[in-house]
Structure formats: structure tokens, C-alpha cells
Design a protein. Structure first.
Length: 155
């Protein structure tokens, strides 16, 4: 006995559904959930809104099918999320670009707050050299008062 061929209408309906899912995924990725209207999605894929509604009862159902997660709940946090995410990304980028100066500043603060004798200073420098061999830290030379300073006192 021969297997039945799928009915042409079922194939067309499956293709339309996939086209709607692909278009919705593109729209929801490019726009905010609330900006991506059914009309906008339909226009983007060249179908009518009726074609979308014949496959999905509501925009929330379409979002779930296209994105794999429930539609976002409307509220102040949801509306602020894109701005908060952009701010967080900017902060992370700033930290990544400026982490070395921050680390250097932290080391300088630790060094300034810790009284070090000669042996402790040497251990501290060795620890820094091991942690960061490309940026060796040299012990500042002890300097005697300049002759200008002594000259100012003699006047």
C-alpha cells in the first residue's frame, strides 16, 4: 500500500506558518516587543494580518512560538529594560577599557596605606612583578634634600 502524499494545502499552511515565524523573529529581534505590531510583521513578510491570525491567536502566542520565551509583561521595568541594558553595557565596556588604571590605583593606595620596611618593600615589589611581568615596578630612590631647599633655609 502506498503512503498518502501530504495535501497541498497542509504544505502551504506549514510554509506560511514558517514564514510568519521567521518574520516575527526578525521583527522581535530588531524592535521592542511593543513596537513590533502584527501589522508591521505582516507588512515585512508580505502577508495579511489575517494570515498571521489564522496561525496564531494573539501576538503573545506568536512571540512565544518565534522566540521560545513568553512575551514580556508590560510595566515600568520592561519599558526601562533597553535603556538599563545599554547603560550596563557602557559601564562594562568602560571597566574593560579602563581596568588597568584602576588596578594600578588600587595598588598605589595599598602601598601608600602600608608602611613597608626594606624587606617588606622587596616582597611587595616581587609580588607585583610576578603578577604583571610586562609592567615592572621599580623602587623609588631615596633622595636627599636638594641644595636649593637647603639654600632656602640658610637665608
Amino acid at each position: 500500500m502506498m503512503a498518502k502524499k501530504p495535501h497541498a494545502r497542509k504544505i502551504q499552511k506549514a510554509q506560511t506558518r514558517q514564514k510568519v515565524l521567521d518574520g516575527a523573529r526578525a521583527a522581535f529581534t530588531a524592535m521592542d516587543y511593543h513596537e513590533a505590531t502584527i501589522r508591521e510583521i505582516a507588512r515585512g513578510i508580505g502577508l495579511s494580518t489575517g494570515s498571521i491570525y489564522s496561525n496564531f491567536e494573539a501576538k503573545e502566542d506568536l512571540f512565544l512560538a518565534a522566540m521560545g520565551v513568553p512575551a514580556p509583561v508590560d510595566g515600568p521595568i520592561t519599558r526601562a529594560a533597553p535603556m538599563l541594558l545599554a547603560s550596563l553595557k557602557a559601564c562594562i565596556d568602560g571597566l574593560a577599557r579602563n581596568s588597568q588604571p584602576w588596578i594600578d590605583a588600587q595598588r598605589a593606595i595599598e602601598l601608600a596605606e602600608t608602611p613597608l620596611d626594606g624587606e617588606a618593600w622587596a616582597r611587595h615589589l616581587e609580588a607585583i612583578r610576578r603578577a604583571e611581568p610586562h609592567n615592572p615596578v621599580e623602587q623609588p630612590a631615596a633622595s636627599a634634600p636638594s641644595s636649593d631647599a637647603a639654600g632656602d633655609l640658610s637665608r
